[in-house]
Ligand binder design. Structure first.
Ligand SMILES: Nc1ncnc2c1ncn2[C@@H]1O[C@H](COP(=O)(O)OP(=O)(O)OP(=O)(O)O)[C@@H](O)[C@H]1O
Length: 312
């Protein structure tokens, strides 16, 4: 990959409790991409983000921003990174606008009331700017967390489960905001439990499990490569068993004998569907309906984690 904006090299984390949260982890993030990090609870997503954002110390390894060591260039690099954390953290008695303006100055940026106004308007927070944080709804507080992360105009933005527990409207607003940021050149790394979110938003997907990055792939490639297609055939008459002449397709017959399922590789040029249908005709098996369906990222993800578990 040419010129990654962020490089993670051999990153490990062992907490004092002895938990090995990250095995040596390597990852390059491309400039301007949306990278979705997927993984089950406790996989190490927040640990990785917290290290890159300077909240948690790594046990070993290094993080490079534009090829420069993060720790050795702390002031310069930290102001380029924004984080929307999972947990809401804010001073509850402050008016919203002071909190957001303070976040900008914290990273050494000059005060810029116009820019703060722009951010608050975009997140539909402008009307609430004088409200103290304690009096905002949960969804509003989450918007404030985003405003705080954007206040210093970072060009690399981490979103740790941005839409966990938010309503449909806020989720849609967030997705739109992320797309707009990307259009303006911001690199975005988000963690999510919602696979539909990765499917909808990401250019690339990483899957992390037990502190190990088990896969990094272009989203479309991933879906093509691992996506299986499934053909369902509703039979005109139930079968007791699959005829022997249809053995090579490994068909599954439903318990009631009324549905045949054929799973095949969506990527392969010759799927075997036409020859299967011809063989069914020869065997006298008629069907009244058929449909095909492509595996979603969710099925791929569950399959990967299970495969790893089975191999362990
Ligand atoms: N401060 C800590 N002290 C000790 N162990 C920790 C600490 N923070 C996290 N861990 C452990 O490290 C592992 C990785 O946790 P982490 O929060 O990074 O996972 P995650 O993928 O973000 O999970 P989730 O999706 O539930 O947020 C887990 O086993 C967790 O219990």
């Amino acid at each position: 990959m040419s010129d990654p904006v962020l490089s993670i090299r051999g990153l490990t984390k062992v907490y004092p409790s002895g938990t090995e949260a990250l095995k040596p982890l390597d990852l390059d993030i491309r400039r301007g991409e949306i990278f979705a990090l997927l993984g089950p609870n406790g996989a190490g997503k927040t640990t990785m983000i917290s290290i890159v954002c300077g909240i948690v110390n790594a046990t070993s390894g290094e993080v490079l921003v534009d090829g420069k060591n993060w720790q050795r260039n702390y002031r310069e690099t930290r102001k380029r990174i924004g984080l929307v954390p999972q947990e809401l953290t804010m001073d509850v008695f402050e008016p919203l606008i002071s909190t957001v303006s303070f976040s900008r100055e914290l990273f050494g940026r000059r005060p810029d009331p116009k820019r703060i106004e722009e951010i608050l308007r975009e997140l539909s927070l402008w009307d609430k700017r004088k409200t103290i944080l304690k009096e905002l709804s949960g969804g509003m507080k989450r918007r404030v967390m985003i405003a705080k992360a954007l206040a210093h105009d970072p060009d690399i933005l981490f979103l740790d489960e941005p839409t966990a527990g938010v309503d449909v409207e806020l989720r849609r607003d967030m997705w739109n905001m992320v797309r707009r940021l990307r259009e303006n050149g911001t690199t975005i790394i988000l963690t999510t439990h919602y696979i539909e979110e990765a499917e909808e938003m990401a250019d690339r997907v990483g899957v992390i499990n037990k502190g190990e990055l088990i896969l990094v792939e272009e989203k479309t490639e991933l879906m093509k490569k691992l996506g299986r297609k499934v053909l369902h055939l509703q039979l005109a008459e139930p079968l007791k068993e699959v005829p022997a002449t249809l053995g090579e397709w490994n068909l599954k017959l439903s318990d009631d004998g009324g549905l045949l399922t054929y799973e095949f590789d969506a990527k392969a040029d010759r799927t075997g569907v036409p020859s299967l249908l011809a063989a069914m005709r020869d065997a006298g098996v008629a069907f009244k309906d058929l449909d095909t369906h492509q595996s979603s990222l969710e099925e791929i993800f569950v399959g990967l984690i299970h495969h790893k578990k089975a191999a362990a």
